[in-house]
Design a protein around this ligand. Sequence first.
Ligand code: ADP
Ligand code: ZN
Length: 602
Amino acid sequence: MKNKTSFSLSYALVATLIFLFIQNWLSPQVLNVSYTQFKKHVTEKTINSVVISNDRLKGFEKIEDGKQEPLFPKLVYVTPRVGDPNLIDFFEKNNIDIIAANENTLLKAILSWVVPTVIFVGIWMFFMKRFGQAGGAGIMTLGKHKAKIIAQTDLDITFASVAGQDEAKQELQEVIEFLKTPDKFTRLGAKIPKGILLVGPPGTGKTLLAKAVAGESGVPFFSISGSDFIEMFVGLGAARVRDLFEQAGKTAPCIVFIDELDALGKARGTGMMGGHDEREQTLNQLLVEMDGFEPNKGVIILAATNRPEILDPALLRPGRFDRHILVDRPDLKERVAILEVHARGVKLAAEINLEVLARRTPGFTGADLANLINEATLLAVRQGKEQVEMTDLEAAIDRIIAGLEKKNRVLNEREKKFVAYHETGHAVVAALRSTAEKVHKISIVPRGIGALGFTLQLPTEDRYLLSRTELLEKIDVLLGGRAAEEVIFSEITTGAQNDLQKATEIARSMVALYGMNDTLGHATYRQQASPLLHQGLMPEREISDQTARQIDEEVRLLLDERMKLVLVTLRDKKELLHNVAAVLLEKETIEAEEFASLMAGG
Ligand code: ADP
Ligand code: ZN
């Protein structure tokens, strides 16, 4: 948006400058002089020709002998015409060339206005033709000329270069199979996704994974970044997308990778300039191209983003980027593996234990870890060491952590403990409530913005109808985090804000919407729908202040009551909380099976 604005501005500026320049070039410099001075110029022969019109005299500068007469006069002396009867005599005596008795205003107008305007419009049209319409022949050559998209072939990056990310690799395995033997899939009519979105924070290896898919299947790799499109001339982005897909179509099977999809795929219709923004054109072109080719042609589009929530929903529709793969920050075990990959080929001192390093670097991404090894190596080289020592690695860690702290991605020990017990609280309550969804994964690896850890529960089935018990137990699980903090530390933190908000939402829906409260009975009251429960918007209906107060009161009572129950549950399972939290602090993530066995043991 911003880019577009400054872009048009500079356009207008250049155009104006050209216009002024031509105007200036065509029109002579005019000196207004007095009649006496004018006569002096004549006698001194600075003027050698004049134009006499009804009300003024114009004298043109004398061109020095041997020099060529310019097409347009450069300097003109102008003076009012006084009723001097001897004027013509005076000019003739001084050998002045009298050009005309009457000025040709039409010619003047043509010269000073029409000609520049014609030239200006001509230039404008030339530019518009080249950049303006997406699809003109001019733009294609320009697009190709400016930044040709070249496929990388024979990439030697394979899944072995990507440490961890097992789930992502597993999901991408199918794509590799398809690219290797497309026939096998097409024969059975299997549908292969056209677009796969890799979602995760920067530096977690999304690009690396995409390249590895190309490397594993031995197909060419086209890569382009969403932000590349932004600085372009109008229409160029769209042309480039078309160019990209044209090439990809010819090279199929192949992979097209779009990094930073959010840069060009932001939801449309937010531009201040109204409809036709450059980004929007590019995005539309991308959608057209994606819809255009058949799914089994052998072109797989991988895209990466760390902000899936701002993407235009059109991009996520079936047939486009309808498959999402989470590429998250590595946990302890994965960090060890990544360090191993990057420590290959680096001379490390024998005393160095990569697991110790991994323990010291929670929240680091793959890129951070690669950077860590690299910085440490540079430090060692600078000091003329034979091998990289622990002190170098320590120094590099400190440096990177300082950078990450600024971005709020590092927890201190105490915070980490709180987060561990908080997440454990959610998980334990979920395991102890019969209707609650199964715990899939608990993690205290720092996430993006907001959540510090998470407990992932997978729904066992899609639910459209929820019983009162289920709703209450959902509230319990949400309150479990804060309750664990209370039970263990007799202290609560701000980390539960999001949980409380969700719990309140459910409680309010129960009271005001589902008629699940004894005091308020089976009536429903105006309320915003809860997105959690797939409910449409309730029609507007006014409720009295008193009822509103009553609803608030009942919501509060309900939450208090559930909190008491959850506290009782967890006080009873203190030992278990300690056990699970200890494992969590140690490994940073706990998968479903391990959690189940911990629960069984407790
Ligand atoms: P993203 O595309 O997610 O921003 P990249 O794929 O560009 O991240 O990763 C940047 C670098 O970080 C890679 O080139 C690689 O050196 C390192 N890296 C990231 N993740 C991993 C990983 N899982 N295994 C090995 N190296 C990794
Ligand atoms: Zn929580």
